[in-house]
Design a protein around this ligand. Structure first.
Ligand SMILES: Cc1ncc(COP(=O)(O)O)c(C=O)c1O
Length: 494
């Protein structure tokens, strides 16, 4: 009998609908209310809460797992033409869509390496691998979805060109894909988009327009442009072709590490994790798929709790690639149906992860690309090993890289900024530096100030930037300075 909630005529007379899992024979569920169990979203009091939280999808078949024949329906184009479509369960992308996307991408994208991570494996007590999409063409996985979407446009659509909005990676993916397909791209980027990303996007041949303070605002400008010119809007995440393209990352992971038990990846609008979850759950229903958002830009936990995409009133994170204020409609349904857990990480967690990846892994990764590793390092997700963390992008502005390294060193207690007051006597500065040297800390910067209204006559202030071996070393140094009679006026809590 057909399902009374989703209307799926193929639902056989089992206990529950094989598409939306409503018990058959039960009253229809109002569209807009969850038809899938809401998974562990790391929220206090949520029934699924727990570091070892298991998603409701475990142990039951899901739409994509039903096999390739479950992939037939396509609702993407209607969605793409509009902006956000009416709330209601969307047809999920299927394994066959992801496989078809992979065929399209043959010879276009790189099969990126899967590298073992010794420090993470030691920290987690089992093998941890890094899926290096930071070395993908155009520097991130984004070209996968963009190419699949653009290569499927009709000749007429290609003639009108494409338009996109992005903080950077989607911009580069669209610009590269449009060039490969032979159509023209216009890309709207936030006014504060990192200059190297703007330059790279132009370098791939796109016309760049700076509009809005956030990607959401750029999206509005891009949509207006699409309506004005007839250019086809290439959504960064909320389109079936884009999701299918991103899902090819999981096909590669499963070939490179068939024994993988957990995949951890960053989440912005949800396109990457949706695609990964489709392929992973179809091929390995027991495989855990965990998403990570920046705590200060985490629209998914809120939305999953609400049962529909919710817009954050404000958000800001160094992980510009995942600074998205609202999940997509289609991606929301995929995440709700297929993803086991969404966790969040702090800005400190992200900068620590970037530093670790650079220092120990020799990997140049951008903040959004490092949130999976950040979650593993921070211990906010309990994982079954082997784990694969997706390094989803490597496009980092060198200036941000400098700030992140400094911040990461400080977060790891290895970069101490301390201000010391001492008597204004000849030789006092040398004595202070000698004391620091005695503790084998390395002074990187010194600022000696006498003309400060807060200082007493005959007193000077010395602001120091010091490299240490970690939190304990910093604490010992501060205590030693205090014990020698220096007044430490600004130092982290001991
Ligand atoms: C490097 C990087 N990682 C992750 C994401 C998240 O992607 P999605 O919006 O598909 O969740 C993005 C989005 O642009 C990104 O640039």
């Amino acid at each position: 009998m057909p399902c009374r909630t989703c209307g799926d005529p193929t639902c056989p007379s089992w206990n529950e609908c094989q598409r939306c899992h409503t018990p058959l024979g039960s009253p229809a569920v109002t569209p807009g209310l969850p038809t899938y169990p809401v998974h562990n979203i790391g929220l206090p009091g949520h029934p699924g809460l727990g570091r070892a939280g298991h998603g409701g999808a475990r142990g039951r078949p899901h739409p994509a797992a039903a096999g390739d024949h479950a992939d037939s329906g396509r609702c993407g184009d209607g969605v793409a033409a509009g902006w956000w479509h009416d709330r209601g369960m969307t047809e999920l992308v299927g394994l066959a869509d992801v496989r078809a996307a992979r065929e399209l991408l043959a010879g276009v994208t790189r099969t990126t390496p899967l590298e073992p991570s010794r420090p993470l494996s030691a920290a987690l007590g089992g093998p941890v691998w890094l899926k290096c999409e930071n070395v993908q063409r155009a520097g991130s996985y984004k070209v996968r979805g963009a190419y699949v979407r653009i290569s499927r446009l009709s000749a007429d659509e290609r003639a009108s060109g494409v338009v996109a909005a992005s903080a950077g990676n989607h911009a580069q993916g669209v610009a590269l894909a449009a060039g490969l397909v032979g159509t023209h791209a216009t890309v709207f980027m936030p006014v504060n988009a990192p200059l190297p990303k703007v330059a790279a996007t132009k370098g791939y041949g796109a016309q760049v327009e700076l509009a809005g303070n956030t990607v959401d605002e750029s999206l509005v400008a891009a949509q207006a442009y699409a309506e004005r010119t007839g250019a086809v809007l290439i959504h960064p995440f909320d389109h079936r072709d884009v999701i299918a393209g991103q899902g090819t990352v999981a096909l590669e992971i499963l070939e490179q590490c068939p024994e993988v038990r957990t995949i951890v990846t960053g989440v912005g609008g949800g396109g990457l994790i949706s695609g990964i979850a489709v392929a992973a759950k179809a091929l390995r229903p027991d495989l855990r798929v965990v998403g990570v958002q920046a705590a200060s830009a985490a629209a998914f936990p809120l939305s999953l709790r609400a049962g529909a995409p919710v817009r954050l009133p404000a958000f800001s994170t160094i992980a510009d690639g995942i600074a998205v204020g609202r999940p997509g409609e289609i991606t929301f349904d995929h995440v709700r149906a297929l993803v086991d857990e969404i966790v969040t990480v702090s800005e400190e967690d992200i900068s620590r992860a970037l530093l670790m990846l650079l220092e120990r892994g020799k990997q140049v990764v951008e903040p959004a690309g490092a949130v999976g590793v950040a979650a593993l390092l921070a211990g906010v997700v309990e994982v079954a090993t082997p784990v694969v963390a997706v390094l989803s992008g490597g496009n980092i502005d060198p200036l941000l890289m400098m700030r992140v390294i400094e911040h990461g060193l400080a977060a790891a207690g290895r970069y101490l900024r301390v201000t010391v007051r001492c008597p204004d006597r000849p030789g006092q500065l040398a004595a202070l530096l000698a004391e620091i040297a005695e503790h084998r800390a390395n002074v990187v910067d010194v600022e000696h100030q006498r003309a400060n209204p807060h200082l007493r006559l005959g007193e000077v202030e010395v602001a120091l930037s010091v490299e240490t071996r970690g939190v304990e070393h910093s604490d010992t140094l501060i205590s030693a300075l205090r014990a020698s009679g220096y007044q430490v006026v600004f130092a982290p809590e001991a």
